[in-house]
Design a protein around this ligand. Sequence first.
Ligand code: AFP
Length: 332
Amino acid sequence: MTAAYPTLDDHLAGQDVPEALKVVVAAIATECVAIAGVVRLGGLAGALGLAGTANVQDEEQKKLDVMTNDMLTERLKACQPVAAVGSEEMDLIEPTGRTGGYLVTFDPLDGSSNIDINAPVGTIFSILPAPEGRAPVEADFLIGGRKQVGAGYAVYGAQTMLVLTLSGGVTGFTLDAQGRWHLTNPDIVVPADTKEFAINMSNRRHWAPAVRAYIDDCLAGKTGPRGKDFNMRWVAAMVADVHRVLMRGGVFLYPWDQREPDRPGKLRLLYEGAPMALLIERAGGKATTDGVTPILDVIPRNLHERCAVALGSANEIDAYAGTPAGNDLRQV
Ligand code: AFP
């Protein structure tokens, strides 16, 4: 049945990108197959529960955060064209001892609070060019999302899928029982219009007034200013929420809020915001911090910098930006 679909290897062979980049993507895809195996086994692989440690953002690490971080780090450090890696779960970058080639940042297990309840989680990655002729330093990672040469994610859900962009559009692959990726979604496009939004509503009281105004307008439905009924979804794993947006449209919002006024939201720019923004823009959607500023134009100041996120169907992101008092959709 799967013979009808080209494999990831077939697809990569036809891509007009450097062979070394294909090697990096293949290494990530291979490790995502291994991660999918551990996720699938859960408690049987000793993968549930807390690790008893915290990451650089002082967030509790789950066992699977640590396991998957080690798996992907080890794979990429052994991958010839990779000069250094950076991860949500590591304080500092880890150079591989090689020069040139690529830098890879990743969130090895996004949505890890979903692990213990058997809900979707994923791996997000971003690939940047490495400096030539010298060992990379953290500043080499801080060049902005437009410089990404590739980005993608694996989502471990009802199906395990890999979604990828290199030089062109956005493609989706489905994992078969033998551990091979098949090109099931050759040209993913985000519809311009939607009636679906994703935001953590429990934070409503902390949002800027313009965010509240936008959501209130959506909730008012057909008889409100938007003139249509909206639906809401929140998987609590960016990877799964963004996957839904790529599959059927919608907007995904994680705005700045007043609990931590000096930090622009919860999500991380390098290994969450930027790779997802590249995928969404390449699929015809908009990916912004505030409805207007493209995430890809934000130049990070450090490896673990956060960014506000408003991405998805283009016309709906415009509606978000156009909410009265829209200038209050602040990004610190
Ligand atoms: P965890 O990996 O710590 O579960 O966080 C996931 C995440 O960073 C992102 O994937 C979700 O969109 C967001 O947090 C969910 O945040 P809430 O806690 O506000 O639901």
